[in-house]
Structure formats: C-alpha cells, structure tokens
Design a protein around this ligand. Structure first.
Ligand SMILES: Nc1ncnc2c1ncn2[C@@H]1O[C@H](COP(=O)(O)OP(=O)(O)O)[C@@H](O)[C@H]1O
Ligand SMILES: [Mg+2]
Length: 222
C-alpha cells in the first residue's frame, strides 16, 4: 500500500506463489501492474502492509533493519534496468564493490575476475566503466549482482534498455549462469519471448498474482 488517506494506492493485493531453489522465474504483466513493487518486496527494499514473505523459511517481514541489511548482503543479488555503474571506477572495481561492502576477503578479486570471464569481459576489466557499451555495462552489472554469491538473484527489466540482439545475449547469459551456479533467478521482464523455456511464469494483473492456494503469502526457498 502506498500513500495515505484518499491517496492510497494498493499496488499489490492477494499475491501468492512459491519458488523453489534454483528455479528460473519470470514476472510479467503490463506497465504499472505492480511488478517492481513485488520484486522490491522480495528484495526487502520495500515491505508489504499486510501478508508475509517467507524466504528460506524465515518471514522476512518480521526482520529488523540490521537483519534486513545482512540478509540483503548475503542472500540477494540485484540487477536493474540501468546498470548504474560508477563511471570513475574500472569494470573490475565495480564488480568488487558489493563484496567490499560485505567485508574484505582473500578470494574477492579472483571471484570477480572469474565472473568477468564468464560474462565475456576478461579483456575489459581495467577499462573505466564509462568507456564500455551499454550491453557490456549490463554484463558488468550481472557480474556485480553475482559477486556475493547470492542464493537469489533479482532482476528488474535487465534487458529493458538494450537492443534486441544484445538482449538476447544477456538473456542467454543469465540462463546459463543460473544453470551453472544453481541460483534462483527472479526476473521482471517485458520480453518473455526472448527467454524461451523457463521454470515458472508469474503474471501480475491489476496487482494480483496467484499461484497455489494460500493468498497473501509468498514462499521462496533459496
Ligand atoms: N512510491 C510509490 N508511491 C505511490 N504509488 C506507487 C509507488 N510506486 C509504485 N506505485 C504505484 O503502484 C503501482 C505498481 O507500480 P510498479 O510496481 O512500479 O509497476 P510495474 O513495475 O509493473 O510497472 C502503480 O499504480 C504505481 O503507480
Ligand atoms: Mg517496473
């Protein structure tokens, strides 16, 4: 629920589904249907007015701010429509950032290099982030979203700002990463056709999404 009094907006109502570990899931629906709101709730960037969200058996709506931060850092990876890279930093430094926020460790740089290799950017690592193309920037954002080894990766229209050829590459990359790393991917998208076969598609219409038989509960196993 957004706003107060007469300005209240019920962005989501009666949402219910469950997602199993390693599933590749799409959230689809028209513009304004509540997709981003839903993803932000799963990502603990926003909280529901009522209802529960279970992730790994924990009702995340009951967590305090400290627990929310550590949960977000340790379990969740985010990829957005705009790559939001820091332009003064190198590609490698951008990927390393979330890991440095989570705390220093010896294998961070190796992990970042490995991920950049997986996304095909091993030769661009030391370039400044503002010197690469949009498609490359989104690949950096994927590597950055995965650097903390999240069990759940959340992506809000990750191909929304790319041409269709580049989108196709990014989609295939996410699918192969999901398979390789056995991570749960939850992706909001307009381009369902691009994704081909996926494990689950959740359709939101007028803020409602329904899968299973327990209204107002989400269960996500990571
Ligand atoms: N911060 C906010 N304050 C008030 N209304 C909002 C806010 N964010 C989203 N909404 C409303 O909630 C509904 C769902 O928005 P959103 O989740 O962004 O949809 P989508 O991502 O599917 O386009 C829309 O009606 C939108 O206008
Ligand atoms: Mg949105």
């Amino acid at each position: 629920m957004y706003g107060q009094g007469d300005n209240k907006v019920k962005a989501l109502d009666n949402v219910s589904f469950s997602i199993k570990q390693g599933e590749f899931v799409l959230i689809v629906g028209s513009s304004g249907s509540g997709k981003s709101t839903l993803l932000n709730m799963i990502g603990l960037l926003d909280s529901p007015t009522s209802g529960k969200i279970f992730i790994d058996g924990i009702d995340t709506t009951t967590l305090n701010d400290n627990k929310i931060s550590s949960f977000r850092n340790n379990k969740l990876g985010f990829i957005f429509q705009f790559s939001n890279l820091l332009s003064d930093l190198s590609v490698l430094e951008n990927v390393l950032l979330p890991r440095q926020i989570a705390g220093t460790d010896n294998t961070a740089e190796k992990d970042a290099r490995d991920l950049l290799k997986t996304v095909g950017l091993e030769n661009q690592m030391h370039k400044r982030a503002n010197k690469i193309s949009g498609g490359q920037a989104q690949r950096v954002a994927i590597a950055r979203g995965l650097i903390n080894k999240p069990s759940i990766v959340l992506a809000d229209e990750p191909t929304g700002n790319l041409d269709s050829v580049t989108s196709e590459t990014i989609v295939q990359l996410m699918k192969s990463m999901a398979k390789k790393l056995n991570q749960t991917f939850i992706i909001v998208t307009h381009d369902k056709e691009h994704f081909g076969d996926v494990d689950k598609v959740i359709t939101i219409k007028d803020g409602k999404a329904f899968e299973g038989d327990q209204p107002s509960e989400m269960e996500i196993i990571a």
